[in-house]
Design a protein around this ligand. Structure first.
Ligand code: CO8
Ligand code: FAD
Length: 666
């Protein structure tokens, strides 16, 4: 362990802040009680021996990586499991865990149990009857069983209605027969499936008396509880090495007429009676509930990933010195280059914007879920539409910004010991899983097109769509933050109206709705993105106005600078839209650019403070470049010395290949 001597540049940075870092940490945690709770948990978990790696994961073989990850996961989840038994509500528990990133200390990649918590347990909660819950939830919470969520197949991920796995009801034996009719029907991708889980929720097509009744969830035992051998009729394996997620044990699964009892169908929403009578769900999309839950959580996960990446990049940029713009002066900290600030400060602001939006979205999710419990479905489509915008935007922005943080660290950002490449792997995976981003934007577009027809009928629009009732006339440019936020709504109105017009034009030219939809789909996804950006900006601004009211004036000032930076950054990014739909002039744009630079200058003295306030322990950052003490070079060297190639001064390949080759004998 490197001695705790703080790099001088970082020390200087920490004497410059003009706000209280702890106050910001409490704000981000949603209250000091959650900061305390999170820190206590971190302390408890990270003190457990054997949880952190001596040899970096990257030097292990594929098989060793998995085995090491399971060893650590067992230690880690045993402690978390105790925490989950604590006496707080599910809502409180989720909020308390929003900034819990301890698993990043344990796994640079991800955990082989992640699906158990993120999808298996939530599916039981959302899809099982009370009786089923009493049995399965207890077993899952105690981790007497380990489960996953198997939906995607080799042939279909996006198109759930196209899934081929069959669950045929046999009234004679009161069982379902699971069957994989084709290679493409094999489940493919579920995390933990290959060697970790012994149970699994399988999404399969229900057949009763030869008739298909759509996709339903089934609780399926995969492996013997004693020996862990796959049960007869179950074909299981791992899908192989990936860009990231290599600890996650993603697997494949096929069924050869595998029988399960009737009560293994999760029957909260639809039921199959003993005689084979089907009582259908009030809405077939209730089966998709777990996906909505995870999409909501992803926005928060992206805020956390960004916070981690930018902590590393800002601290490193404060200690790294490069070039000599002024002769006879020392090389500046790279953080003083405006281009570097342009890469990093927007990342800090984006993380804040995503935290705020994630909390707001969580409230909506929680309320809609309560409504669903009372049989009220009317707000579900809006929740689905919001999640279908915010999940894609947050994951794609995070992917871009993490890559930017990595590039901001120059060559050292390319090192796995920086942890930035692995974080990129995690972010880009989220662009695909839980609904591929383009596909989700197209789902949101369906809701927007519908909302537009409500407007055309002169009926009122509700909630996040209410602004779509506004005028389509070109807008007068006004550069106040509130006006720019409003202008993003105006841009969205124009993009939605334009996409609807395009769709109609194609239909009028004789195309079917489906063909017209396909032709208009680039405009449609752009409309959804504009709608999502309008939500992100307006929620960030309005929630910050509300939530900063009780903060000290110094912190409030810093946070509102970040809001302004975020708003102006996006105005400049989308300047072509502003030129199309508002009266903005070249002079206005130049003024915006100057204001943006001015804001970065104001934020610069607080940059290190802003990332310190994310309050990540070094173990959680898990990066040679980003530690609190700023001793990046010492840590890089320390990490390099862990390379297995550094164990011996001469590698055997010299004698085997190099020497004979150089002597001309090979
Ligand atoms: C650490 C974390 C690790 C996480 C690991 C990741 C785990 C996973 O990836 S699990 C697998 C996730 N898979 C997916 O997300 C698949 C994505 N695909 C889908 O969600 C759907 O099939 C989808 C929405 C694209 C299309 O579904 P489909 O049944 O064809 O619906 P479609 O015909 O387009 O729409 C029907 C209606 O249902 C509505 N609808 C669709 N989904 C939902 C939903 N979830 N809730 C409410 N309404 C919905 C639509 O809005 C539409 O309404 P309307 O007709 O009024 O416009
Ligand atoms: C790391 C990772 C973990 C995963 N974990 C799980 C898991 O635990 N459980 C599970 O069940 N699944 C899991 N998945 C699978 C994941 O949910 C699917 O990969 C995802 O839903 C996308 O589906 P797909 O792979 O079929 O892509 P496809 O749908 O084949 O997409 C390929 C391309 O086609 C386009 N496309 C598809 N349909 C349309 C359309 N209608 N209109 C326009 N364009 C379209 C897409 O935009 C994309 O560009 C995981 C995936 C990854 C990468």
């Amino acid at each position: 362990m490197v001695a705790m001597k703080i790099n001088e540049d970082l020390q200087k940075e920490r004497s410059k802040y003009n706000f209280d870092v702890e106050e910001l940490t409490n704000f981000l945690d949603w209250g000091p009680q959650y900061t305390l709770r999170r820190r206590n948990l971190e302390q408890k978990v990270l003190n457990v021996k054997g949880l952190l790696d001596d040899i970096p994961e990257e030097y292990l073989s594929h098989k060793e990586k998995y085995e090491n990850a399971v060893r650590k996961a067992v230690l880690y989840y045993r402690i978390l499991q105790k925490e989950n038994h604590s006496n707080i509500s599910d809502e409180e528990k989720t909020r308390a865990n929003f900034r819990n990133m301890i698993s990043s200390a344990v796994f640079r990649d991800n955990s082989p149990f992640s699906l158990h918590y993120s999808m298996f347990i939530p599916t039981i909660k959302g899809q099982a009857t009370e009786e089923q819950k009493a049995y399965w939830l207890k077993r899952a919470n105690n981790m007497e069983i380990i489960g996953t969520y198997a939906q995607t197949e080799l042939g279909h991920g996006t198109f759930i209605r196209g899934l081929e796995t069959q669950a045929t009801y046999d009234p004679e034996t009161e069982e379902f027969i699971l069957y994989s009719p084709t290679l493409s029907s094999y489940k493919w991708w579920p995390g933990s499936l290959a060697h970790t889980s012994n149970y699994c929720v399988v999404m399969a097509r229900l057949f009763i008396k030869g008739k298909s009744h759509g996709i339903h969830p089934f609780m399926v035992q995969l492996r013997d509880e004693e020996t862990h051998m796959p049960l007869p009729g179950i074909k299981l394996g791992e899908i192989g090495a990936k860009l990231g997620f290599n600890n996650v044990n993603n697997g494949f699964l096929g069924f050869e007429n595998y029988r399960i009892p009737r009560d293994r169908m999760l029957m909260k929403n639809a039921q199959v009676l003993k005689d084979g009578t089907l009582i259908a769900a009030t809405n077939s999309k209730l089966t998709y509930g777990t996906m909505v839950f995870v999409r909501v959580l992803i926005v928060n996960n992206m805020a956390n990933l960004l916070a981690k990446a930018v902590t590393i990049a800002v601290r490193y940029s404060a200690v790294r010195r490069q070039s000599q713009p002024k002769p006879n002066e020392p090389e500046p900290q790279i953080l003083d280059y405006i281009t570097q600030q342009h890469k990093l400060f927007i990342t800090i602001a984006t993380s804040h914007a995503f935290y705020i939006n994630a909390m707001w979205l969580w409230e909506i999710y929680f309320n809609v879920n309560k409504d669903l419990g009372a049989g009220k479905l009317e707000n579900l489509p809006e929740l689905h539409a919001i999640a279908c915008c915010l999940k894609p935007i947050s994951t794609s922005d995070t992917t871009v910004l993490i890559e930017r943080c990595r590039l901001a660290c120059g060559g050292h950002g390319y090192m796995l010991s920086s942890n930035l490449p692995q974080m990129y792997g995690l972010a880009t995976a989220a662009c695909t899983y839980e609904g591929e981003n383009t596909v989700l934007l197209l789902q949101a577009a369906r809701a927007l097109v519908k909302a537009w027809s409500v407007r055309v009928e002169g009926k009122p629009l509700k909630g996040t769509m209410a602004y779509l009732a506004g005028t389509t006339a070109p807008k007068k440019w006004d550069s106040s933050v509130d006006s720019i936020v409003k202008i993003f709504q105006d841009v969205a109105i124009r993009k939605v109206s334009g996409a609807v017009e395009t769709l109609k034009d194609y239909q009028k030219s004789g195309l079917s709705l489906e063909d017209a939809w396909n032709k208009a789909s680039v405009c449609l996804t752009a409309a959804s993105e504009a709608h999502g950006r309008a939500i992100l900006l307006s929620v960030y601004k309005s929630e910050m106005d509300k939530r900063t009211a009780s903060l000290s004036s110094s912190l409030k000032k810093v946070l509102l600078q970040l809001v302004e930076l975020y708003v102006i950054y996006w105005a400049l990014e989308k300047v072509s839209d502003l030129l199309l739909y508002t009266s903005i002039t070249e002079k206005d744009i130049t003024e915006l650019q100057r204001r943006y630079i001015g804001l970065m200058e104001k934020i610069r003295p607080n940059a290190v403070g802003l990332v310190d306030a994310f309050d990540f322990r070094d173990e959680i950052l898990n990066s040679a470049l980003g530690a609190y003490d700023g001793r990046a070079y010492e840590r890089l060297m320390e990490e390099a010395m862990k390379s297995p190639l550094n164990v011996e001064p001469v590698n055997e390949t010299f004698h085997k290949y190099l020497k004979p080759f150089m002597l001309g004998k090979l």
